[in-house]
Design a protein around this ligand. Structure first.
Ligand code: AHM
Ligand code: MG
Length: 282
């Protein structure tokens, strides 16, 4: 596992260098499996990760947001790595912080087999969160090494409200719930890159991130295996909770399709419990 995490570190350092001196902000002529237009940079980031993880010890297969199918590397190995090579890439032109997300499953992609979750955030600094038992924050130093900074822990209740999805397509229950949080004093923090929005909530100690079912996207937008499950794992290990609005944990969900999406809510305990109460009426 540590060797695999070391290889993920190499990949994200290489991607961060691509981003720093980026010249080509163009789209390719293709779309990915979920119908998003692919940037050349999405494809490049996927190629970097594939090249490095193909050589990595322990990797059985790769599942990527940018690949239609699961890529088998070595049937006899142990880990299925599911990843979003460049999350929030539509914000690359405006120079916002974006990220890469990795979920490490044993044998088969299934939330119950999730052994570790890792994400990198390409911001002013390059930071990496590695979560096996508890989320640990690392920061790239001047020697190009990730140095441990601290363990991350959520408070029982936060102050931030990151509410995704097109508002005109929200359900009335969701709209009323989000308004109730603002009426309680929560502040809006939403950039449009889940890595940044969730990283902010984690580092500021709590709050709620939501990407609900909407009339135009009844299964939400965010994809289970490489976006939702790794963050649910991290938030729960940090002392927070997750739900799809009905269940007690996003990690109880199972999906057949590798690109399946789900409504998702992640946060500290207070906000998720309050949301579950509000959603009982749905
Ligand atoms: P991406 O992986 O193609 O970048 O899409 C996922 C992103 C998330 O980072 C973010 O939470 C969401 O899409 C934002 O969607 P919206 O613009 O609908 O708020
Ligand atoms: Mg993404």
């Amino acid at each position: 596992m540590q060797e695999l995490i070391n290889d993920i570190q190499k990949a994200v350092i290489e991607i961060s260098k691509e981003l720093r001196y980026l010249k080509d902000f163009d789209y390719t002529t293709s779309q990915n499996a979920t119908g998003d237009n692919q940037l050349k940079l999405d494809v490049k980031s996927d190629e970097i990760i594939t090249r490095i993880l193909k050589q990595s010890k322990g990797v059985k297969s790769l599942i990527s947001e940018e690949k239609q199918e699961q890529l088998l590397i070595n049937e006899n190995e142990k880990y299925v790595v599911a990843y979003d090579p460049l999350d929030g890439s539509s914000l690359v032109d405006v120079n916002f912080a974006i990220g890469s997300i990795f979920a490490i499953y044993e044998q088969k992609a299934s939330a119950k087999n999730l052994k570790a979750a890792v994400y990198a955030i390409y911001g002013v600094r390059l930071e990496l969160i590695v979560c096996i038992d508890t989320p640990k924050l690392f920061r790239l130093n001047e020697n190009d090494e990730f140095a441990f900074v601290k363990d991350l822990k959520l408070n029982e209740k936060g102050k931030l409200n990151a509410s995704g999805g097109t508002q005109k397509n929200w359900s009335n229950i969701h709209r009323a719930f989000i308004k109730a949080l603002f009426d309680e004093g929560y502040r809006l923090r939403y950039s449009g890159a889940m890595v940044s929005d969730l990283h902010q909530i984690l580092l500021k100690g709590g709050g709620l991130f939501s990407y609900p079912a909407t009339t135009d996207a009844p299964n939400g937008k965010l994809r289970a295996y490489f976006e939702v499950f790794p963050f649910a794992f991290i938030f729960e290990k940090a002392g927070g909770l997750s739900t799809n609005g009905k269940n007690n944990s996003l990690l109880d969900l199972e999906f057949e399709k590798i690109h399946a999406s789900t409504p998702c809510f992640l946060g500290s305990k207070y906000e998720i419990e309050k949301l579950k109460q509000a959603y009982k009426g749905l």
